[in-house]
Design a protein around this ligand. Sequence first.
Ligand SMILES: Cc1cc2nc3c(=O)[nH]c(=O)nc-3n(C[C@H](O)[C@H](O)[C@H](O)COP(=O)(O)OP(=O)(O)OC[C@H]3O[C@@H](n4cnc5c(N)ncnc54)[C@H](O)[C@@H]3O)c2cc1C
Length: 400
Amino acid sequence: MKHSYDAIILGAGAAGLMCAIEGGKRGRRVAVLDHADRIGKKILISGGGRCNFTNIHCRPENFLSANPHFAKSALARYTPADFIRLVEKHRIAYHEKTLGQLFCDRTAQDILGMLEEECTRAGVRILPATKVSDVSKSDTFVLRTKDDEFHAPALVVATGGLSIPKMSATGFGYEIAKKFGIGIVETRPALVPLTFGSEDVKKYKDLAGVSAEVVASIEAARDKARAPKSNHPQFREKMLFTHRGLSGPAILQISSYWKKGNGIAMDLAPSRDVMGALLRSSAGRDVAAAKAALHQVLPTRLAERWLEHHTPAKWTNQGIEELERSVHHWEVTPEGTEGYEKAEVTAGGIDTDELSSKTMESKKVPGLYFIGEVVDVTGHLGGFNFQWAWASGFCAGQAL
Ligand SMILES: Cc1cc2nc3c(=O)[nH]c(=O)nc-3n(C[C@H](O)[C@H](O)[C@H](O)COP(=O)(O)OP(=O)(O)OC[C@H]3O[C@@H](n4cnc5c(N)ncnc54)[C@H](O)[C@@H]3O)c2cc1C
């Protein structure tokens, strides 16, 4: 059977639903197609089930992209304050957890329910469990399923990234781009735990579960050519040992900048003078005193393990200073990442050079739009990825 709409949106996630609402409000006949039986699955699991739906400190610097300027226009047109207004209109209770991150007081279902209600009000048709086998363009776009054909002059690709295949993630958006000759920046897992090489696994795997506040950065010194050129981000947050490597917010954040071969540098005791007392006294310079000093700043098991691997050969000033330096500059070269199975997002994606930064429309293929995570714009941890989904979805919705 043939169905005709003004716009078809592929993917009923955060970006697709926002785009549909805006298009619908402007009187367009909009259909949202999703292959999953349930829409908005990632919204439901996000933020530990409470959806960190935005960040009040959202700035372009919170995003990675081959073109760091691309996201500016959309982020300025639809801001966290705009989304908060929508949340408040629906009387959804929320709170700031930390660092500007806003979470629902109850559950993420509040956000999904709000989007569904707005879609209904805007006359949007949502069609879950609709598997599109082919996308083509003649005078309109044509999307074929087993029994139906959907026609529309505008097609918005909002199929998200590759992260968490269990949550219905596919690479279909990239396939559509390739089919229409649209460039893609190589994708990689981001906001993802990092894995140790075999030596570090041996040294640290039994510390799994231990965490500490650190400052994490990319270690550029050894291999300047491979280090990120744009900036040298640092994240002061928790780091967590796992059985295979490192996780926790600080590691997830820095993982988005990490490329194979890069080292990660960590200050395990930011802004703390750990061995000062030992240096100032000439008596009692031994393992017990160093352990006591480390215990002040690090969890017990980590403090003990640190000393096992970094005990000074001699308890001279130089030896103690080296121990202090080691605490402030732990350099690890991860073997890899936990991959798309564990990654919160996918970095890379549709090359932003191919898109209008105002409307997200393809420069080559009029009527074809890409929004949300499928685009080469990746936010830091903390509500930024949803803000990009809302903002890019809003901008495309205004153009339909
Ligand atoms: C565990 C986890 C927790 C997260 N927590 C947060 C958080 O608290 N705050 C935050 O800002 N970000 C968070 N994120 C990231 C955030 O969920 C994503 O960046 C955001 O959902 C991207 O929105 P999107 O609409 O582009 O894609 P998605 O929300 O992934 O939606 C894509 C939709 O497209 C559909 N689809 C895929 N392939 C096809 C196909 N072939 N045909 C039809 N439909 C298809 C999918 O079923 C899905 O419904 C989290 C991610 C994960 C994995």
